[in-house]
Ligand binder design. Sequence first.
Ligand code: MGD
Ligand code: MGD
Ligand code: MO
Length: 737
Amino acid sequence: MKSLNDITFSRRAFMGAAALGTAALAAGGLEAAAPEDAFAEEAGGETYVYTSCPMCNQSVFCGLKGTVKDGKLVRVEGNDQHSKPKPCLKGLTSLQNVYDPNRLLYPVKRTNPKKGIGEDPKWERIGWDEALETIASEFNKAKETYGAASVTFHSGDPKEHLPVFCRVAALFGTPNVSWGGAQCAFALAMASILNYGNTIMTMPAAQTKVHLQWGSNIAWSMYPQPTAYKGMLDAKRAGCKYIVIDTRLTPTAVQLADLYLQPRPGTDGALALAMANVIIEEDLYNHDFVENWTEGFSEYAEYVKEFTPEKAAEITWVPADKIREAARMWAEAGAGTMWVSPHSTTHHTNGVQSTRAITLLPALMGYWDYEGCRTVAPGVTGTDDSAFQLADKIAELAPGRAGVDRWPVWSAMSTYYQNNGLLEYINDGLIHAGLFLGTNLMNFAQTPLLQEAVSTLDFAVACDIHLNPWTHDYMDMVLPAAVCWERVAPFQAQPNGIIGSQAAMKPAGEAKEDWQFLLDLGCALGFEEECFHGDLHACMQAYLDAGGSGATVEDIQAALPGVYELPMSGEWQPRQYEQTGFGTVSGKVEFKSGMLEQLGFEGLPVYEEPSVSPVSTPELFEQYPLILTTGNRVPWYVHSKYRHTPWLNQFMPEPLIRMSHEDAEARGLADGDRARMFNQLGEIQAKVEVTNMLHPGNVEILHGWEQANSCLLIDRTFDPISGFPTFKDALCEIEKI
Ligand SMILES: Nc1nc2c(c(=O)[nH]1)N[C@H]1C(S)=C(S)[C@@H](COP(=O)(O)OP(=O)(O)OC[C@H]3O[C@@H](n4cnc5c(=O)[nH]c(N)nc54)[C@H](O)[C@@H]3O)O[C@H]1N2
Ligand SMILES: Nc1nc2c(c(=O)[nH]1)N[C@H]1C(S)=C(S)[C@@H](COP(=O)(O)OP(=O)(O)OC[C@H]3O[C@@H](n4cnc5c(=O)[nH]c(N)nc54)[C@H](O)[C@@H]3O)O[C@H]1N2
Ligand SMILES: [Mo]
């Protein structure tokens, strides 16, 4: 693997990779611009187009500027008028995504009956008319026989289609709608909303004195990182101190941390409670805020007495003096912000409660809504798209969702369904058909069980950029999706308004942009009027009208490459909660959650060991003595995507098992050896990389590899509060092959 230092996109690095790209393009035969043209002289004849980068699927993307020459996209760079003007290496690579010779270009249907795992579907090309008619007839048949809720609208991490996706699902009448948020950011939001009625996560600002970065390696992932990360570096220069708490010594920790804590995976709750113990014992907390604006403090203070730094040190591996130092640094700063990973503290059975314990640390200090803290600033007007999504209709349908009893807190806090139970919903006869748009079944725990279940559906259709056997072998039909440079929809929210996007070219083959496909599907299902007779422009205008901006599609286009500015809903005043209170059951910040108690859960942010761990399953630990973390992000891949994209694949061409020197030596393993990683659930094989990043006893592998699917080693246990999978609660052993 190349080092991080190699990931500057010098012309030379691009050219090296480009050679690979050209060979692949030639083999695929798709008419394409050779990547080396990206650096050809731009001698007239070129036009510029502007779009937003969906390569890492964050909901506010980075701005891109494309140069088009002779109908071909030849160069990609940042749009400096966008609020996120600096794309990362993935954004620059979106050019290769357009011309990827492996793209699916036509709708296909299977000709070989579905028989479960390992069957070749024998795809046959069909036309869009046949595709849409078949889907409509199959979905309507399921609706007549079992009710509309028997059809799931299931999406993954891609998000830009969601307004139309949700609208069409609501029109059809199914509440069994969901997307990547069901494994991703929503549990973090739940924890924070249970505490504050709002999210606490924010980036440090100029006046921030201390920032607590909890398990999120922003240097490599998460936020459109170049812009967010630059903001963090600027705050550091302005004097902000950083506490970084991560199970790995990450680039974020190395570059930013004034204090770095390396906990045992899944023990974050105990660590946060121990920090609270120090803050309360040493009387460092903000009495005024705690007395007036919080609920349940005395019981919480009583509970955290148990978590002395010495006891927490035994649980978490973090030395007691470091816990004290972190607590004091946080409490004595006077203004602090916090950023928590959307998946590292939530992919455990104790996820929501641990994340509540973490996100309550600002409440002890009253770090809320004043300069240098999380500020609750007014947003722009005219961007609420809930009316367009028919949110009221979805809320009406919500009681009929699958899984409401299984995950009551999730179900009370979201109107969508928790799709991690899809396997059981199918096996229990609740779901009979489905649309699988932009998702890979490989990213669910115990993938083969889900694949088997999906293959029993009466009808399943996917829509994707590629044909991907892990998901599509279990479908009846797959439809080709356009990529960002081929789309006119959608819009992106900006801090000061809305930004539009332009297409650089027509979609390749018969690919359609997701908004257009969903409109056509809505029409085929019988909702012509509500789906604007398939007219994308009319749909985009209706979307703008529903938000109340008063803008036309043309206004937004004319503002490009800039933002179409909208008025703010007011001016920020510090400590608005003094007027409004907090959006919780009690109207205050809740150390003891009223909602959790109402739904039969512990109201305090109690710490429990993960369901699989050295402590909770000692017999298993004896056989499998390594704690396995799956899915820590890398800069060049997003989940299962881009494994075949030459400019990205060069950095990590194959799966890697990463482990410490100690763990490798103890097993006679050296860097580059092939090894098997296994536990009671399964086995995968990959190359070993020995690293200083990991604590001895903790190993990792990235998810999304066809050659080594980490979800085979993850059981189907879920956090009972969020319904989140336990992608970071597993044990394993590793042996040389
Ligand atoms: N073991 C393990 N598993 C995990 C995780 C982990 O940490 N460890 N993380 C979880 C998390 S947080 C998430 S969000 C999920 C993500 O899970 P998924 O959303 O299933 O992830 P992807 O692999 O990105 O699959 C997206 C699919 O959409 C296609 N696609 C991309 N863009 C578009 C588009 O614009 N339109 C259409 N129609 N298709 C498109 C891609 O080709 C790809 O096949 O994975 C979860 N799974
Ligand atoms: N390049 C890239 N960017 C992405 C993605 C991608 O696949 N690739 N995926 C996108 C998605 S869907 C998501 S959800 C976000 C995720 O965004 P982030 O949360 O920022 O993801 P990571 O960079 O994996 O950071 C998680 C960190 O948590 C640490 N960690 C793991 N387990 C634990 C634990 O138990 N406790 C603590 N304290 N730390 C732990 C890991 O070492 C890792 O450094 O990223 C998004 N951005
Ligand atoms: Mo995610």
